[in-house]
Design a protein around this ligand. Structure first.
Ligand code: SF4
Ligand code: SF4
Length: 449
């Protein structure tokens, strides 16, 4: 209990539980990639330091008891000037032959966004910055830092790979910094008067804004759910009589919203793209050192087939993927004046604050049994003993994802070994036998021998 209270202060999480709706069915414990969920006393709880806000439990909960906390659209009233940052996956929510992008953006203006800055434009710049970074730094492979769920997965479950994560700002943050600068220059206002809002396909981005890795504060002021914004846009589409014209990002930025989008414009020979949080786990568990170091660049996205499959995106992910590809195919290669941007901002602008300060991303130690080594060893021994009692079939009936996680919880005083139905049955059987012996007088006779 104390641990949880402490961790609540340490970690922000977008993914939360509606306790009243949780039926304790244990569906979610099996799909959580970081074994962050337990079901005790008929209710799920999320272990703060393990959760990476991937949203898998939102997808799988049959009772809709998990949800992603996002900002209210009312936040638009808190700033003098507002900027919408639509993710590339947002563009895929509308059929371009039915509702053209310019009509969607006109609706965003009607909603109260004064400016629109496509994150896809920043993605093009990040592609360029990645190439520059790889020319200047020879350490390989470089793992993309664009998906915050995967960055947290690596820091949580695969800390040995943390040093390979690109120290580059993700496109969302670059878009926020550039657009804020642009509005300030254009209007002469100060930073606090500009509100920059990301339209997000996933809870991981909400967490990345509220508790960013690699910097103290995010340049994004708020994160709206893609579904909320989609609904608001659709409710205004009919009233649009005249559509404005907007400048759009190029195809290489737009295609970032789907699997293999980012690597398409990273010009190295040995590159690989892995999508899906469980596929990524399997990749890191199975790749050997030789294979791993043979890659130059690794794209990793927690969702299938890329961000269009994020849990907050309302449109079917495969329809969205097809739309985005169609849209990208119609765009020019690049409409962003890249060289101009690189004149205005040097490479430091694209590097995460911690790396510019000589610091690094900090892996999370989630498996530490105790800070005292002797006590940790004692606990490890107790776990070994318990594992011999448990059946090892990871049935989940106890409320833990595996027998090993139950054993860990028992030694940490968070669970009882009798939460295991098999251990409990054995205990009941023994008690019955003892009672039988007593009632038949066998035990008394034996004891008198
Ligand atoms: S959001 Fe992901 S990591 Fe967090 S509890 Fe749900 S499934 Fe587990
Ligand atoms: S792949 Fe994209 S949508 Fe999915 S968690 Fe990562 S950033 Fe979010």
């Amino acid at each position: 209990m104390k641990d949880n209270e402490k961790n609540k202060k340490r970690y922000y999480h977008s993914v939360r539980l509606k306790e009243d709706d949780c039926k304790g069915c244990t569906h979610c414990i099996r799909t959580c990639p970081t074994q962050a969920i337990r079901v005790y006393d008929g209710k799920a709880t999320i272990i703060e330091e393990r959760c990476i806000d991937c949203g898998e439990c939102i997808r799988t909960c049959p009772n809709f008891a998990k949800y992603a906390h996002t900002d209210s659209l009312d936040m638009l009233n808190d700033f003098k000037y507002t900027v919408a940052l639509p993710a590339p996956s947002f563009m895929a929510q509308f059929d371009p032959d039915d509702i053209p992008l310019d009509k969607v953006y006109t609706a965003l203006n009607l909603m109260g966004f004064e400016y629109i800055f496509e994150v896809a434009a920043a993605a093009e710049l990040v592609n360029k910055a990645t190439e520059k970074f790889m020319q200047e730094n020879k350490k390989r492979p470089v793992i993309s830092s664009a998906c915050p769920a995967v960055v947290r997965l690596i820091l949580t479950r695969f800390p040995e790979y943390a040093e390979y994560i690109a120290p580059l700002e993700p496109p969302m943050d670059i878009a926020a910094k550039i657009s804020k600068d642009m509005v300030m220059k254009k209007t002469g206002c100060n930073e606090k008067e500009v509100g920059v809002f990301f339209i997000s396909p996933c809870p991981a981005k909400v967490t990345a804004v509220n508790q960013p890795e690699g910097k103290k504060k995010s340049p994004v002021d708020g994160v709206f759910s893609m579904t909320d914004v989609f609904d608001a846009v659709m409710s205004r589409i009919q009233e649009i009589k005249e559509t404005k014209n907007y400048e759009h990002a190029g195809k290489y930025g737009i295609i970032w919203g789907v699997h293999e989008g980012e690597i398409r414009n990273v010009h190295v020979e040995k590159k690989i793209a892995v999508a899906g949080i469980h596929n990524i786990i399997s990749f890191f568990e199975n790749v050997d050192d030789k294979e791993f170091s043979s890659y130059e660049f690794i794209e990793v996205q927690a969702c299938i087939p890329g961000c269009v499959g994020g849990v907050l995106a309302p449109t079917d992910k495969f329809m969205a993927k097809t739309r985005l590809k169609r849209l990208a195919g119609r765009m020019k290669e690049s409409t962003v004046k890249r060289e101009k941007v690189f004149e205005d901002y040097d490479m430091k602008f694209f590097i995460m604050e911690f790396f510019n300060e000589g610091r690094k991303l900090q892996p999370r130690s989630i498996n530490r049994l105790d800070t005292d080594i002797e006590k940790a060893m004692e606990k490890a021994e107790k776990i070994d003993v318990l594992m011999k009692e448990f059946p090892g079939i990871d049935c989940g009936i106890c409320g833990c994802p595996t027998c090993e996680t139950l054993a860990e919880d028992v030694v940490q005083g968070k669970a009882s070994k009798f939460d295991c139905i098999f251990v409990l049955k054995e205990k009941i059987k023994n008690i019955k036998e003892e009672l039988g012996d007593i009632s038949s007088g066998k035990r008394i006779k034996d004891e008198n021998k």
